[in-house]
Unconditional design. Structure first.
Length: 310
């Protein structure tokens, strides 16, 4: 009950900020990216953190959600809500299909297979003229929906809602029998199978839900940038960041990816403004190495050690 009250308050605060008379639009651009990171990190953790299957294909699901939104907008003039629903549905289907083909693999073999999905999907988009092909496609935003003053502010509120929805799903999965089954798979898949855990079904479920959330996160991106092209949409940086954020925050709990996303996303935005956008990947790498070496359980692990000693 307390969680739902907190989520409602957070969404109300986001809406209030978007409707306020603030003149600095960059805040909403930056906040959109940070909240998008929350969705991506939470989605990755459902399969990578709970089940222990390291997915490097985040960029593929993210980009397919974005391209699905572009197709729906260009073909039907669909509103943003329909674009997000369509992106989530298509990415969920992709996640289910990829899961059927790859989830019998383990370890490095599964990780390599998910990387291959990025290149396959990118090749398809590069050769599809309807969505701009290799050169990309310029998009004209529709008129902003009242009472918002700009389209960016509306996208900020939409992404806040998606972040709350993603965290709610992750929290439910963690506390339900599904989460217990996924953690059993992570600890020992053979022992889980011997105990009667439906391992393949649970892994397919996790891959599908994870893909759906990643696609939903990517769907608003074309309207956010007013442009889409394969090279940036399928950028491996999305995959690395989605893996790094739960590792930094902690993969054992649903709050870990949220902490990691806010920490990494905020630092990247500050670095972009003060130094250079090119340093972002370096920031991700340095933080990931530091936490893997010094705090393998992430921020949550450090907090638990501190409280236990105290």
């Amino acid at each position: 009950m307390k969680y739902w009250i907190g989520a409602a308050v957070a969404l109300a605060v986001a809406a209030g900020m978007a409707l306020s008379g603030a003149t600095n639009e960059y805040f909403f651009y930056a906040a959109f990216v940070v909240l998008q990171f929350v969705v991506l990190a939470t989605a990755w953790n459902i399969l990578g953190g709970y089940a222990g299957y390291v997915n490097f294909g985040t960029a593929a699901f993210f980009a397919i959600g974005a391209y699905t939104a572009v197709v729906l907008f260009k073909w039907l003039g669909a509103p943003l809500a329909v674009q997000i629903a369509g992106g989530a549905a298509v990415s969920a289907a992709l996640g289910f299909g990829v899961g059927l083909l790859t989830l019998r693999l383990r370890g490095i073999f599964f990780a390599i297979a998910t990387v291959a999905v990025i290149f396959i999907m990118e090749t398809l988009m590069v050769n599809w003229r309807y969505v701009g092909g290799a050169t990309g496609l310029q998009l004209l935003r529709p008129d902003v929906t009242p009472p918002f003053e700009s389209y960016t502010r509306m996208l900020f509120v939409v992404m806040a809602f998606l972040a709350i929805a993603a965290v709610s799903v992750a929290r439910y999965v963690q506390s339900s029998w599904i989460g217990r089954g996924l953690r059993a798979i992570r600890d020992s898949e053979e022992a889980a199978e011997c105990s009667g855990v439906p391992t393949l079904k649970l892994k397919l479920f996790a891959c599908t839900i994870s893909g759906a959330l990643m696609g939903a996160a990517g769907a608003p991106m074309p309207m956010y940038l007013s442009f889409i092209e394969p090279a940036s949409s399928f950028n491996l940086t999305y995959s690395v960041s989605a893996l790094a954020m739960p590792m930094i925050g902690g993969t054992a709990h649903w709050i870990g990816p949220v902490i990691g996303a806010f920490l990494l996303g905020s630092i990247q935005q500050i670095v972009t403004v003060t130094i250079s956008n090119e340093i972002n990947v370096l920031v991700v790498g340095v933080l990931l190495v530091l936490f893997v070496v010094l705090a393998p359980d992430g921020v949550l692990g450090l907090f638990r050690k501190f409280t236990s000693r105290k």
